[in-house]
Design a protein around this ligand. Structure first.
Ligand SMILES: Nc1ncnc2c1ncn2[C@@H]1O[C@H](COP(=O)(O)OP(=O)(O)O)[C@@H](O)[C@H]1O
Ligand SMILES: [Mg+2]
Length: 336
């Protein structure tokens, strides 16, 4: 059965203008998102992967209505997020929540855990005053924090993993439909990362949440998500079901964008012998100098033109569009 779409991102671009120097009045333009089309379905985890600076956090902010796009629209349950008024804005804030990367700076150090988690409950009038402590306890408990005195303690008394559990409990307080998780495990130790990822998977299934899971780590995104979007310099270059994305077989079985192949090559195989047998070789990101000579990236070029080993003349003429190459699998590359 085709799942319904909860949130639709259509042709979204976001430009930032930054001053070039302190004394010069010159301003340079950064295109953090470039005509992104994406939909987040009900009850799915959609993963977004891409290197630092490719626009992942900007996408998260635009989806949550925290940054207005320069062009394009974001709709949540059919309503434009940027045209909401009054009660509809409050309702949207309740239904769409965020979990931040840094559990150290995202919790107010001066507030107790009870104050932090009960705040959204109070703002949205979701719980009677005398039941607040019980509800906060319940939220912490489903996030794996059951200690008896947890409510009156302060964030600094907890470890990074525990703080991220508190951040997740806070995000769940309003019983949201959509949770955007922006690099939720990047600041944590590897062993703790696995626990938090398992918690996210368990909560998503139990609460039937739609999640946008953002990470620069392809292995984590592939493990967590049902569908994966790959971003490069503000562009969505590939969108695929994670079922085609078997990290051990990968390149033999499926077609990918050259940038995705580059990401795949960067994933270490567990056994060096297997890696030799599979003939794993590193993709060449410094292709023939003749065609790349004096390449200046322009808005009408393919965004990957400077590094692509498959580059041809056409790549300098227009930006490739996403093409369907398999069921639910889209790639933007002129060479496919
Ligand atoms: N408020 C801002 N002002 C100016 N430039 C910004 C701002 N936010 C993000 N950018 C720029 O937009 C690009 C994408 O940033 P971001 O979305 O944070 O990437 P990611 O989360 O993938 O690391 C970067 O080049 C970044 O420097
Ligand atoms: Mg980011």
């Amino acid at each position: 059965m085709e799942q319904g779409s909860l949130c639709k991102i259509e042709g979204v671009s976001k430009e930032y203008f930054v001053k070039k120097g302190f004394f010069t009045g010159k301003v340079s333009k950064i295109r953090a998102l470039n005509k992104v089309f994406l939909d987040i379905k009900q009850d799915e985890i959609l993963g977004i992967v891409g290197e630092s600076g490719c626009g992942k956090s900007t996408l998260a902010k635009v989806i949550l209505g925290l940054e207005r796009p320069s062009e394009g629209t974001v709709t949540f349950r059919g309503k434009s997020v940027f045209d909401l008024e009054g009660g509809d804005i409050r309702d949207f804030r309740k239904r769409a929540e965020m979990v931040f990367q840094d559990p150290y700076s995202s919790l107010n150090p001066k507030k107790t855990i009870f104050q932090i988690i009960s705040k959204p409950l109070k703002i949205h009038g979701l719980c009677a005053k005398k039941e607040l402590r019980q509800e906060v306890k319940r939220l912490l408990s489903i996030c794996g924090l059951d200690m008896p005195d947890v409510l009156d303690r302060f964030p600094h008394e907890f470890s990074g993993g525990q703080r991220q559990r508190i951040g997740i409990a806070r995000a769940l307080a309003t019983r949201p439909e959509l949770v955007v998780l922006d690099e939720p495990t990047s600041a944590l130790d590897v062993s703790i990362q696995a626990q938090i990822i398992n918690l996210i998977l368990e909560l998503q299934e139990r609460e039937k949440l739609s999640c946008l899971f953002i990470s620069h780590d392809l292995q984590i995104v592939a493990f967590v998500s049902k569908r994966i979007g790959v971003m490069y310099k503000g562009n969505l270059v590939e969108l695929m079901p994670s079922s085609i994305f078997d990290l051990s077989k990968r390149r033999k079985d499926s077609l990918h964008h050259p940038y995705t192949e580059y990401l795949l090559d960067a994933v270490p195989l567990p056994d060096p012998e297997t890696s030799k047998k599979k003939g794993k070789k590193t993709i060449n990101l410094k292709p023939s100098p003749s065609i790349h000579k004096d390449v200046q990236e322009k808005e009408n070029y393919c965004p990957f033109v400077k590094k692509c080993p498959r580059v041809q003349e056409i790549c300098f003429k227009k930006v490739p569009k996403l093409k369907e190459v398999g069921e639910g699998h889209f790639i933007s590359c002129h060479m496919l």
